[in-house]
Ligand binder design. Structure first.
Ligand code: COA
Ligand code: AMP
Length: 636
């Protein structure tokens, strides 16, 4: 039996023994005696009676072990022309002081704190400071509009909001304070205070509720780490579901710390002292796990990059960072490489840098499409690894385990299930299917440590969204199959979630926004294929009877509305006003058919269609307006 198979089998057959062993990777205040138990809804809970603090495990512990002078963070910000290094000792001290400042604002164990910050070291300091106090942070990505922030503030009910005065997107300086103020205005819950980290690029005006970060720290006494239970929440991270209300994924502390420590060794093959670079954002799960927590837990240095893969200043940015910081393991989304490939198709800029330090390249956030895989594989001397995971799981479900047993890669596959994840493929009836047969990708209970423990404030939604479809299994929402060699292929979502430039968004949510416009009678938002961003949303809209405005004006208004309500990150830039939409006789819009047309595929006329002519109408409209590759679609 291979090392992988042996480890995988042990993790599935004896989960308690397996994870009890892995738990020793973490410095607990009180090691757990109960490894796995089930709550009243039969969901797994890990290490419930262990006591720890993840800030202690990631910072204080390493300082105590003699790593105080090692860099914890390399911050690199081409958009502000700045660089900064913070050692483990400096991080611990700054986090302790800021935590003291938060404590002076009344923040304590279990309180929620919303963080709205760009890629600056203070974002990590804020997250660790919350963890130090046992408070629950909820980071909101900067590309979301005030309304989305308001929804999260209302749901999480934070005592304090922590923000930066601005974010910087390429050459644009985006003031954050007006966004925060508007969100708090819209939210029924009002936080007691807002702490603002002032950046030189734009100083925010502070109001009666606001505190200047520097002034708060000046007056603060350092705070010690508060012991929390293994099952106590560390953070809530909102992610798109099928409805307008995002889901607050709740992450525990002990299970998460153990899973991340295991993954750094087993999947990413990095050791203490190595440099890990994940080019994502602290607002996404990849940022939480592999910029903020996992590298420092493992005693590695993390690169915090405030810039883009291209245009800051060019498509050589990642190669420069890898070379300059001697990065051993690099992680980003395939879309970033598609953007680089467009600007520098032969990767000439790579040759300018010595990247011999790099040992593996990891990709996730969306499927690593075979053309991008081959481009990278031909270019690089190191393994190019697609690995699959989601906000809910917090760490990879399937990967090529570099620290355990590297395997040959296959284009289009995330390789094999990671130990702990009993991945299966089920058909509609819940029966397991054989190799090469596509179905719903599910994870048999118990989920390993690190995965979500619930939906914030909504236990029923946890059950209905993930557990109800196939009792005993967690529904990932992805479709896929195993091949004859046991390699897993993830082929895309089976729900309304789409993936735009590695960002997860909901077409259902966009439909709710578009459908709320007074002139709209009916609408469908579909995700269509895009060569660079993977997918892009397109809206199809039927105006109400008696609509007398200009169609072009309505389209523009709807684009502005989605940007205003959800944010620029939704990339909602194309809307078509149509007379009718293809539906079944029971009134269901045939969205899959619309997607196939937009993606230039062959399509048949389903027997359930109510009005076959509606299909030709929409096809003509899409061709005329150059939607996707609709001109290539053919009715068969
Ligand atoms: N704050 C505010 N606005 C933001 C933002 C942020 N943090 N991030 C993106 N936006 C804005 C952009 O400025 C853009 O606005 P515009 O419509 O006014 O131009 C819009 O949201 C869309 O952004 P994006 O999809 O990122 O497009 P882009 O053309 O600026 O960049 C890529 C394209 C591929 C370079 C970029 O998306 C990228 O680096 N993707 C990698 C994603 C990633 O790391 N995902 C994490 C999962 S691993
Ligand atoms: P998020 O929760 O934002 O991380 O998005 C998770 C979703 O992104 C998954 O459910 C998949 O649909 C998709 N995804 C992420 N990584 C991969 C991958 N390596 N292969 C295929 N799909 C992926």
């Amino acid at each position: 039996m291979s090392m992988y198979q042996d480890e995988f089998r042990r993790s599935i057959d004896q989960p308690e023994a397996f994870w009890a062993e892995q738990a020793r990777r973490i410095p607990w205040f009180t090691p757990p005696t109960t490894i796995l138990e089930y709550d009243e809804a039969n969901h797994a809970r890990w290490f419930v009676d262990g006591e720890l603090n993840i800030c202690h495990a990631a910072l204080d512990h390493h300082v105590e072990q003699g790593r105080g002078d090692q860099p914890a963070i390399f911050w690199d910000s081409p958009v502000t022309d700045s660089k900064r290094t913070l050692t483990f000792a400096e991080m611990r001290d700054q986090v302790a002081l800021f935590a003291g400042g938060l404590r002076a604002q009344g923040v304590g164990k279990g309180d929620r704190v919303v963080i709205y910050m760009p890629m600056v070291p203070e974002a990590l300091i804020a997250m660790y400071a919350c963890a130090r106090l046992g408070a629950v942070h909820s980071v909101v990505f900067g590309g979301f509009a005030p309304h989305e922030l308001a929804v999260r503030i209302e749901d999480a009910a934070p005592k304090v909001v922590i923000a930066a005065s601005c974010g910087i997107e390429g050459s644009k300086v985006l003031p954050y304070k007006p966004i925060i103020d508007e969100a708090i205005e819209q939210s029924a819950h009002k936080p007691d205070a807002c702490v603002v980290f002032q950046r030189d690029q734009h100083l925010a005006e502070l109001g009666p509720r606001d505190h200047d970060w520097a002034a708060l720290v000046d007056k603060a006494e350092p705070a010690e780490c508060v012991a929390v239970k293994g099952s106590d929440p560390l953070y809530v991270l909102y992610t798109s579901g099928t409805t307008g209300k995002p889901k607050g994924v709740v992450r525990d502390t002990g299970g998460y710390a153990v899973a991340l420590a295991y993954s750094m060794d087993t999947i990413y093959d990095v050791d203490p002292g190595d440099v890990f670079f994940s080019a994502s954002d602290v607002g996404w799960v990849v940022g939480h796990s592999y910029i903020v927590y996992a590298p420092l837990l493992r005693g590695c240095t993390t690169v915090v990059y405030e810039g883009k893969p291209v245009k800051t200043p060019d498509a050589g940015a990642f190669w420069r960072l890898i070379s300059e910081y001697r990065v051993k393991s690099f992680f980003t989304a395939p879309t970033a490489f598609r953007a680089m490939k467009k600007e520098d198709p032969d990767a000439k800029l790579m040759a300018q840098y010595d990247i011999a330090c790099l040992k593996a390249l990891f990709l996730a956030g969306e499927r690593l499409d075979p053309p991008t895989f081959h481009w990278l594989d031909d270019l690089m001397d190191v393994p190019v690894i697609d690995h699959w995971w989601q906000t809910e799981t917090g760490w990879p479900i399937a990967a090529n385990l570099q620290g355990l047993e590297p395997m040959p890669t296959k284009a289009g596959s995330a390789t094999v299930p990671v130990p702990g994840f009993n991945v299966q493929i089920l058909d509609r009836e819940g029966e397991q299917v054989g190799p090469m047969e596509q179905g719903s990708v599910v994870i048999k209970q118990p989920m390993p440590p690190g995965c979500l423990t619930g939906i914030w404030g909504d236990p029923k939604r946890f059950h209905s969204a993930y557990m109800a479809a196939f009792p005993g299994y967690y529904l990932t929402g992805d479709g896929g199959y195993f091949d004859e060699d046991g390699y897993l292929f993830i082929m895309g979502r089976t729900d309304d979630v789409i993936n735009i430039a590695g960002h997860r968004l909901s077409t259902g949510e966009m439909e709710e926004v578009v459908g709320a416009h007074p002139a709209v009678a009916e609408c469908a938002v579909i995700g269509i294929h895009d060569a660079m961003k993977g997918q892009l949303p397109v809206g199809l809209v039927i105006p109400k009877d008696g609509f007398e405005g200009r169609e072009a004006d309505l389209e523009e208004e709807l684009i502005a509305l989605v940007r205003d309500k959800i944010g620029p990150i939704a990339c909602f830039k194309q809307v078509l006003v149509v007379d009718r939409l293809p539906k079944t006789r029971s009134g269901k819009i045939l969205r899959k058919l619309l997607r196939n047309i937009a993606d230039g595929k062959e399509f048949g006329v389903p027997s359930t269609i109510d009005d076959p002519a509606s299909l030709q109408d929409v096809h003509e409209a899409m061709k005329e307006r150059a939607v996707g590759t609709a001109h290539e679609a053919r009715q068969v």
